[in-house]
Design a protein around this ligand. Structure first.
Ligand code: BGC
Length: 779
């Protein structure tokens, strides 16, 4: 059946199956044929022949049209530039669309493209499927705190299944930007501060999206973003300048992009920032020398939203110039900005770009369509019956609940206040206690927040009738009316309770006084993180801390449930709450998942992947920092050291930190050898015992430090972890293998080297609480 459809399509675009496999490519296609390696697989050869043929039939206008990506539909993240879409599609001026889904809409548009254009080339259908499509999982930062790669892969697999059932074939994910500055709103979209963990997550997500075969009807093409270094925006302000040494870039920021590509990600999105004074979207070193020549990437590069146009504001040229700059640098597809569409033909006429340069980009877009099987069946992602049986099916909601509870991090639990008993009364207080809108987080475009389970509902579901819930809102998420206006203008649903803060707090205090325990559900609105949502003050917004202060005075045990998209500065909360559960924006099943944790149906196992500062002035703060020449050792009067006058250097909660209802005891790490050669592996074993009263999971973490290097090395770097399950009283031996690759780094010539000498190994429950051992690598 598939074969017939494909042949029919080939005939309709003037290429029969036979021609497709036997005729000689012409022109530009011939040239690239000459450079093709003999190692090309048979399927790659078939693809090449097919694309050569198609390309040889295309006019320059049609080729340029393939490079144009337009936004059609509901969501925009910038100025609306895509106009006359139908007309443009008819003219062959569109290679792909995004922001449109549902099988009906996708089929309609695809039919329009296939039936109305001369060459009947199908469209790509992209979308920001970031942490689930219809069934929403925790925000990516939350997914990463599960440290559970199977769970993360599963979330991406389910997202792909739903997205493809909903007409999509391309997702703008994973976002793998390393972020160490909690002011940056987009820290919520990635896996935190560590390149090793970030690489594991990147691989898991690509596997989940693309599976082992992108032509399957339930797999999508991934798009790794934002290439590159977007997370290092100065002062945490979105879109801001990035300036970074090569040393830092290669040792601390690049690995997750490379990992996603090595896992086979089919496309890459550029970033908005500049790198070394050249905007990423026009940066030839980045996209050609590094990405393609060095890393061997053979998929296509799309810009971020209007990023080519934005190079004019960056100050590197007029519209025609920035268009040429982007193409020559290695961009293949222009998202929304239509700079390619409006300028490239003239640029060819002027001689600023060559048709061969355009052929290269067009070829990559056509190859992507081929890899997705769109030439075989342009409608394989527009199946209404599949949509009905797939979207938000109970099994997927159940998975969302399981994955969400794995993502939660227990930050404090004094006197075992948690888990709660299923009897007595709870004062359920706070602006997020009954909330649904914010639970699904930002970048959940196709998610329906009305389907989200509130915490109030979750408690009822999990604790049943034995418990009495006394509710009071207590505070608004924010009282800043302008902030509310801004949040609601972009998908928020905030309603300002007009009562005075004093009235709301008084009501909450009364509610607390008549209850056994306080569960205060506080945090941010979802729109306070994500794109264009940087905050300079990262404490709890509005009057929420005032509310907590008043509740504290009641003397009742106080449990905080936090919902937020970034590390917050929680000094006061840490000192005063009895328990704190970081729940992030946990998705469709948030309420059930949080209640599972609160009542002990699930023992929390999440660990932070981004350090929580004590105060905002400490950021950027990250565990894998360098030492200074004057490290501070803790002596009060030791003035001339790298320290602050008003706060210690440590984060409030370090990377890798998270508690459990049980406790774990670690033996000292044992090394297989005290000395190895540069080609040998080393094993590290540690025995971990569950010494508490609950079964539980623990993320055993391994860090390495290269003590002396030709360039300075971080105080420690994550090089392994294992999430283990231990029954009460049970113990397990965890074995890590350190390979030579784990000990290498990029020197200042950008060679990856292993330098002999002393190394330290740290094993523990987080990046701070570790036990150490050391070994030597000999020449
Ligand atoms: C964001 C990208 C996103 C794109 C398309 C941009 O503003 O930076 O992450 O994929 O919009 O919506």
């Amino acid at each position: 059946m598939k074969r017939i459809i494909r042949t029919a399509l080939l005939m309709s675009i003037g290429l029969t199956g036979t021609q497709c496999s036997t005729s000689q490519p012409t022109g530009a296609a011939q040239q690239s044929n000459a450079t093709a390696t003999v190692a090309m697989s048979q399927s790659d050869q078939e693809m090449k022949r097919f694309v050569d043929e198609l390309l040889s039939k295309m006019t320059l206008d049609e080729k340029i049209g393939q490079l144009n990506l337009v936004s059609v539909g509901f969501d925009v993240t910038g100025p609306v530039v895509s106009e006359n879409v139908d007309e443009n599609i008819r003219k062959g001026n569109v290679g792909g669309v995004f922001n449109t889904y549902t099988p009906i809409a996708a089929r309609k548009l695809q039919e329009f493209a296939v039936n109305n254009t001369r060459l009947k080339i199908p469209l790509l259908f992209g979308y920001d499927v970031i942490h689930g499509h219809r069934t929403i999982f925790p925000i990516p930062l939350g997914l990463s705190t599960s440290w559970d790669m199977e769970a993360i892969e599963r979330s991406a697999r389910i997202a792909a299944d739903e997205a493809t059932a909903d007409g999509l074939n391309w997702v703008f994910s994973p976002m793998v930007d390393i972020a160490r500055d909690a002011r940056w709103g987009r820290i919520s979209e990635g896996a935190g501060e560590d390149p090793y963990l970030g690489s594991e997550v990147a691989r898991a997500m690509v596997r989940g999206y693309q599976g082992d075969d992108m032509t399957k009807a339930n797999t999508v093409m991934a798009c790794v973003k934002h290439f590159a270094l977007y997370g290092a925006a100065e002062a945490g302000r979105d879109y801001n300048t990035v300036d970074m040494s090569m040393n830092r870039m290669f040792n601390e920021y690049m690995a997750p992009y490379k990992a996603a590509l090595d896992a086979g990600a089919g496309s890459v999105m550029t970033s908005f920032n500049e790198i070394n004074g050249v905007p990423a979207t026009g940066n030839k070193w980045l996209m050609t020398d590094l990405l393609r020549k060095q890393w061997g990437f053979d998929g296509f590069v799309v810009t971020d939203y209007t990023a080519i146009n934005e190079m004019m504001a960056h100050g590197v040229g007029n519209e025609a110039q920035v268009g040429a700059l982007a193409l020559k640098a290695g961009v293949d597809m222009d998202m929304v900005g239509e700079v390619f569409l409006k300028n490239l033909k003239q640029s060819v006429a002027d001689g600023t770009v060559t048709e061969e340069e355009i052929n290269i980009a067009t070829r990559r877009i056509l190859e992507a369509k081929y890899k997705l099987g769109l030439f075989e069946d342009p409608y394989r992602y527009a199946d209404e019956a599949r949509a009905k049986s797939t979207l938000m099916k109970p099994e997927y909601r159940q998975a969302a609940r399981e994955i969400a509870r794995k993502s939660m991090v227990l930050l404090k639990n004094e006197k075992q206040v948690l888990p709660l008993k299923k009897t007595g009364s709870i004062a359920l207080i706070g602006p997020l206690a009954k909330n649904q809108r914010d639970l699904i987080g930002n970048w959940s475009g196709a998610g329906d927040w009305k389907q989200a389970v509130s915490l109030e509902q979750g408690i009822k579901n999990v604790a049943g009738n034995g418990i009495k819930i006394n509710y009071a809102k207590g505070a608004n998420l924010t009282d800043d009316e302008q902030m509310i206006q801004r949040l609601n203008a972009h998908g928020g649903n905030l309603e300002l309770d007009k009562r005075s803060s004093e009235q709301m707090i008084a009501e909450a205090v009364k509610t607390a006084q008549s209850s056994d325990v306080i569960v205060a559900v506080v945090g941010e609105a979802q729109g306070m993180t994500g794109e264009a949502a940087s905050r300079a003050d990262i404490t709890l917004p509005g009057q929420q801390r005032e509310l907590l202060k008043a509740l504290k005075k009641t003397g009742k045990p106080m449990v905080l449930v936090l919902m937020n998209g970034r590390p917050l500065a929680l000094n006061w909360e840490d000192e005063n709450a009895d328990a704190i559960l970081e729940a992030w924006f946990a998705g469709t099943e948030a309420g059930n998942a949080i209640a599972d944790v609160l009542f002990g149906a699930y023992n929390p196992s999440g660990k932070l992947t981004a350090s929580f500062p004590q105060v905002v002035g400490q950021v950027p703060i990250y565990y894998n920092h360098k030492n200074t020449g004057r490290p501070f050792g803790g002596e009060l009067l030791d003035k001339y050291k790298s320290r602050y006058m008003d706060v210690t250097n440590e984060p409030l909660y370090p990377f890798g930190y998270g508690l459990s209802y049980t406790s774990f005891n670690y033996s000292a790490p044992k090394l297989s050898k005290s000395s190895i050669t540069a080609n040998e592996n080393l094993t590290v074993t540690v025995n971990v015992r569950n010494t508490g009263n609950y079964d539980g999971e623990e993320v055993v973490q391994l860090y390495v430090q290269d003590v002396v290097g030709s360039i300075t090395r971080p105080v420690k770097e994550l090089k392994g972890f294992e999430k283990i399950n231990l029954k009460k009283g049970e113990s397990k031996t965890v074995t890590f293998t350190i390979t030579p690759e784990d000990l290498k780094f990029f020197n200042n010539e950008l060679q990856r080297v292993l330098e002999p000498g002393e190394f330290k190994v740290y094993v523990g429950t987080n990046s701070r609480d570790v036990q150490e051992a050391s070994f030597t690598v000999t020449q």
